[in-house]
Write a protein that binds this ligand. Structure first.
Ligand SMILES: CC(C)(COP(=O)(O)OP(=O)(O)OC[C@H]1O[C@@H](n2cnc3c(N)ncnc32)[C@H](O)[C@@H]1OP(=O)(O)O)[C@@H](O)C(=O)NCCC(=O)NCCS
Length: 203
């Protein structure tokens, strides 16, 4: 069963006429800080903001698969990617905003072939200056709600560093279970780091 993120109140953003066919209904969420987080699907217009965001978060932790300067998509490639994700019923790229500030992202893609299209892996991040406000939980909650609404997605997977305690705590809170461990997934500053595979069955 889905757990409600701690300290958050959820409400669907009111939609104008004609928006009922949207793949993801945008949400406004009141955080425990009192701030309002808006979660919506990213569009190609978000490409430049997302490239800046990704460059910023790459230097804020060693928990991602890339470091500063390594995420080298061009603006056109990023726009193309976001447009492609928008069209797919089993992929999503969510962005979270506090006012105009892009503070969080979560992206998921299920397999393309029929036998693999029920399952996929996601990655998420929140700007460090906004950690521990409940934004990660709000993003994950909104994402899992969307997964359940698709009727197609039956398994959600992720990989996480074994020492990434806040992330593991967050995933376990939403019912994810550890399914395995792989050694030496990362090699950062001369140190190898293992990862856990985690997963959540969607029924
Ligand atoms: C992991 C991440 C997305 C969490 O985002 P967030 O907005 O801080 O998440 P939340 O505030 O919703 O939840 C964080 C939880 O971790 C807990 N936490 C914080 N530090 C912790 C620690 N050292 N050990 C265990 N739990 C910890 C918080 O108490 C909170 O749990 P609670 O709400 O039950 O009290 C964010 O830290 C991040 O972007 N990290 C860098 C990128 C990353 O690691 N991405 C995941 C890769 S798999």
């Amino acid at each position: 069963m889905r757990r409600k993120p701690t300290g958050c109140r959820h409400a669907a953003v009111r939609q104008g006429k004609g928006n009922s066919m949207q793949k993801f209904q945008p949400r406004r969420i009141r955080l425990k800080t009192g701030e309002e987080l808006v979660i919506r699907e990213a569009t190609p217009q978000d490409a430049a903001g997302l490239l800046d965001y990704v460059e910023a978060i790459s230097g804020e932790s060693d928990n991602l698969t890339f470091g500063p300067g390594e995420f080298d998509l061009t603006l056109a490639q990023e726009q193309e990617y976001l447009a492609a994700v928008q069209k797919r019923s089993t992929a999503i790229y969510l962005v979270g905003f506090l006012g105009d500030e892009l503070v969080a992202s979560l992206s998921f893609t299920a397999g393309l072939r029929k036998r693999m299209s029920h399952a996929g892996e996601f990655g998420m991040s929140v700007r460090k200056s906004h950690w521990n406000k409940g934004i990660g939980a709000a993003m994950l909650g909104a994402f899992l709600h969307w997964c359940r609404s698709t009727g197609e997605i039956r398994k959600v997977n992720l990989r996480v560093r074994v020492d990434n305690q806040p992330a593991i705590h967050l995933y376990e809170k939403f019912g994810f279970r550890q399914e395995g461990r792989r050694s030496r997934e990362f090699h950062i500053n001369g140190e190898f780091v293992d990862i856990f595979f985690m997963g959540l069955e969607i029924d």
